[in-house]
Design a protein around this ligand. Structure first.
Ligand SMILES: Cc1cc2nc3c(=O)[nH]c(=O)nc-3n(C[C@H](O)[C@H](O)[C@H](O)COP(=O)(O)OP(=O)(O)OC[C@H]3O[C@@H](n4cnc5c(N)ncnc54)[C@H](O)[C@@H]3O)c2cc1C
Length: 411
């Protein structure tokens, strides 16, 4: 167990940073301070699916019930449809043991639930990190100094960069990935469920058409519906990566005889939407350097087509806390970070590549546009998703790796 006097700074109060704060406190008994650049904790007004692999972690951290109760568990499996709304296949929605199911969460609700679990004294808002510096020591392990735009600076035993796709901490780890634009933007937002027809299915639905797709699923005890509509665009290449959008633009993207008329019915219920450029980066070659490590999008930004970005940040948090809990002293932290990196990098790299492939499938840009093959691959992908993604137990995998590392050390 790490000593209680260990002090770790987490940079970024998004879903990754807040989950890491809970995991490090509860699993490893470490004192954390979260630094967030914004003046308040918050998220965009849109949805996120908490998948079974993350629900399992949240359960062990003691927050699963709050998440499930605030979210929306669908009536059954989701569906992949073609543009006309005909069934292609059902989608995975629960783990093999049927213990955890996908939960549709309104993002601001998830942030509130996580933040409530953290001592308010340990969250510093309005702190935008500008510099990270290792402070060498002659008689003990190196410390890390963090500096902020507001003039504050402080030393910690270690820091974790959970500061998202534009991570500053990532540079201190010697990683400088170029963001890769997918060629797609998504229109995002939420709809009040009372504006939809009464018999609108309480499940996740994805329409996959010519170069574009439309997804919706329920949130917030079914009071809201999330929507994400992916369309090709060169917009982010020359300007900002997100902004407000007209509902009419979105409607025009899915108009015409080739599309299921139910889509226009859904879109006519939308009051407000915004667009968001879809970026990722190639997998990093390292996530840690000495007492500095990365987590969440800072380590592995991925396209959203498998709905795993946050879920992987939640898995990261549990793995990191498991390795830190086994560190005997502050001097052991760099090794704990290396072990964490070794276990997590491969899993998230597979999902980064898989998310690109899933996007290509949804948007029919797929191996000579052979839709029969696309549909067959989506069916195979459903079973892989259940066994390889949803059944994954991040804590168990980290504990097994610890046992292996210890045996290797003795040998
Ligand atoms: C359309 C869409 C749908 C998605 N759907 C899903 C889904 O269903 N399921 C899923 O698992 N994932 C989904 N994702 C991915 C998910 O949103 C991200 O992976 C997730 O938000 C990453 O969390 P994070 O905490 O690592 O980073 P972020 O959410 O980016 O948080 C980083 C935090 O760090 C702060 N910060 C940044 N720089 C600094 C600094 N210098 N100093 C201090 N603070 C700083 C930021 O203000 C922010 O609060 C989706 C993404 C998109 C675009």
């Amino acid at each position: 167990m790490a000593p209680h006097s260990t002090r770790i700074a987490i940079i970024g109060g998004g879903m990754g940073g807040l989950t890491a704060a809970i995991a490090l406190t509860r699993i490893a008994g470490i004192q954390v301070t979260v630094f967030e650049q914004a003046g308040r904790l918050g998220e965009v007004g849109a949805g996120v699916t908490v998948a079974p692999n993350a629900a399992r972690v949240l359960d062990r951290l003691g927050v699963y019930e709050s998440v499930r109760d605030a979210g929306a568990v669908p009536d059954g499996h989701g569906v992949y449809l073609n543009a006309m709304g005909e069934m292609v296949t059902d989608a995975a929605w629960e783990d093999s043991a049927k213990q955890y199911r996908n939960i549709g969460m309104y993002r601001p609700d998830l942030i509130d639930i996580l933040a409530r679990e953290i001592d308010p004294e340990s969250i510093r808002l309005g702190h935008r990190l500008t510099a990270v510096e290792t402070v060498p020591s002659t008689d003990g392990p190196d410390a890390v100094r963090v500096e902020f735009e507001n003039g504050a600076s402080e030393e910690f035993d270690a820091i974790i960069g959970a500061d998202g796709i534009h991570s500053v901490v990532r540079r201190a780890v010697g990683q400088h990935p170029e963001p890769v634009y997918s060629g797609y933007i998504v229109y995002r937002g939420v709809v009040d469920a009372s504006r939809l027809p009464e018999d609108w299915p309480m499940i996740s639905q994805v329409w996959m058409g010519d170069s574009r797709h439309f997804m919706c699923y329920p949130l917030q005890q079914r009071r809201l519906f999330n929507f994400v509509a992916g369309v090709p665009s060169d917009r982010p290449l020359n300007g900002p990566w997100s902004g407000s959008a007209e509902v009419g633009e979105l409607a025009a993207e899915f108009a015409g005889d080739g599309w299921d008329p139910r889509l226009q019915r859904f879109i006519s219920s939308i009051e407000k939407t915004f667009w968001w450029g879809l970026f990722d980066h190639e997998p990093l070659t390292n996530w840690s350097r000495g007492p500095i490590a990365l987590l969440g999008d800072a380590a592995h930004t991925m396209l959203p087509h498998q709905g795993q970005g946050v879920n992987q940040a939640i898995e990261d948090s549990m793995a990191l806390a498991t390795f830190l809990a086994a560190a005997q002293t502050v001097a052991d932290i760099p090794e704990a970070f290396r072990r964490y990196t070794a276990v997590r990098m491969q899993r998230t790299a597979i999902l980064q590549h898989g998310s690109r492939r899933a996007g290509a499938m949804f948007d029919a840009q797929y191996e000579f546009e052979n839709l029969d093959k696309r549909d067959a691959d989506i069916r195979v992908g459903r079973d892989f998703r259940r066994s390889a993604v949803f059944d994954y137990d991040a804590q168990k995998v980290a504990e097994e790796a610890l046992t292996r590392f210890r045996k290797d050390k003795v040998a």
